[in-house]
Ligand binder design. Sequence first.
Ligand code: TYD
Length: 136
Amino acid sequence: MENTEIREFRVNYDKYGKLVALEENDNIPFEIKRVYYIYEVDENVRRGFHSHKHLQQVLICVHGSVKILLKTPQEEKIITLDDPKQGLYIGPNIWREMYDFTDGAVLLVLASEHYDVNDYIRDYMEYERHYKKGDN
Ligand code: TYD
């Protein structure tokens, strides 16, 4: 899907365990201005329900698993994140919903901008209008 990509990170592993390093403008394709994580989400909760006008993000499920619905007016895709060495890149103008968090799941998000409420579109109809008149 446009503006989305699964990225596989290199794992450093030895008999002591595994380590993944994330670096801006390297395996993370933007400057990392913000990091947040979502956890202790009940299994029946669905969240997200928004798109961003400019923000780029990489989502990594560092523990457990979570499903991500990605949607544009043309297509729809469901990604299961269940591997700490995998990141889901989501660029601008993609509607997303997150659900089916397993018990103990932790979703780590790296973001290209500081938190800005004005970058959010939280109404799907408005998202469709913005998408259609936008640069897609
Ligand atoms: P919200 O955007 O509803 O989460 P989701 O991405 O699952 O839709 O964010 C939940 C709350 O956290 C909301 O009150 C806004 C706040 N928040 C911040 O203060 N900073 C942040 O970087 C983010 C992503 C959210």
